[in-house]
Ligand binder design. Structure first.
Ligand SMILES: [Fe+2]
Length: 228
């Protein structure tokens, strides 16, 4: 989240607890109302708290964690936030990673639910096209990472060759197109970053984050858009 000295109302900073994904969606709708996330950093902080308060339980999120075999991770739409945000669950195959990408000017919050993920943070391309890697850091389970174009660009990767990963993402305002960047040249292209609400014909039977991995290989009925 952009750093700023905030003086938010107690209502905006109250400790919040959400137990289920359904609770989270209800609380997000209430927090963002008709506006979504804009320049009001108190609302951004409140939404980040809501995301943080959701504790990963695979039996709660497994219905959304559909994985489609292929070269890309799978983007599952959990809720479209009445047009004010998109809440997604991404399932990452072993060793899969995103391209380096921006966030179309939106706020991005992400939370690791299971497995391992690393974030590589890049500066925007310099005049010579180079992309400077600023840092690489692992995401911690249940912590919420914040990203915005004002911070830079990033790439998310599953470093494990043995385990899939699952992450929860919120984007507001929602968007379907973003820019992806060639690491060696810095050249950007418009890419689809849309998600779909997939229907899984088989129920999952996973009881923990680690165990969830083995349950994320059933093919969905519909096809995900996995351009990034
Ligand atoms: Fe991202």
């Amino acid at each position: 989240m952009p750093s700023a000295t905030l003086s938010c109302s107690s209502e905006a900073t109250a400790q919040i607890s959400v137990k289920t994904m359904q609770d989270l969606v209800s609380s997000l709708n209430q927090a963002m109302g008709d506006s979504g996330l804009g320049e009001d950093l108190c609302t951004v902080r409140k939404v980040k708290q809501l995301m943080h308060s959701y504790m990963s339980q695979s039996d709660d999120w497994a219905q959304h964690a559909i994985y489609q075999e292929g070269s890309r991770y799978t983007r599952n739409l959990v809720d479209d936030g009445n047009g004010k945000y998109n809440l997604l669950i991404l399932v990452w195959g072993e060793g899969q990673s995103s391209p380096i990408h921006d966030h179309a000017g939106s706020h991005c919050m992400m939370k690791l639910l299971a497995g391992e993920l690393d974030e590589q943070l890049f500066a925007w391309p310099q005049d010579d096209g180079s992309l400077a890697l600023r840092r690489t850091a692992p995401l911690r389970t249940n912590s919420v990472a914040y990203m915005h174009d004002k911070i830079g660009l990033h790439r998310i990767a599953n470093p494990s060759s043995a385990t899939r990963a699952v992450s929860l993402h919120l984007y507001s305002p929602p968007y379907n197109m973003c820019k992806t960047f060639d690491e060696s040249t810095g050249v950007a292209v418009q890419s689809s970053c849309a998600a779909q609400r997939l229907t899984n014909v088989l129920s999952y039977a996973c009881s923990s984050g680690a165990a969830a991995d083995s349950a994320m290989s059933r093919p969905p009925q519909s096809t995900a858009i996995t351009s990034i």
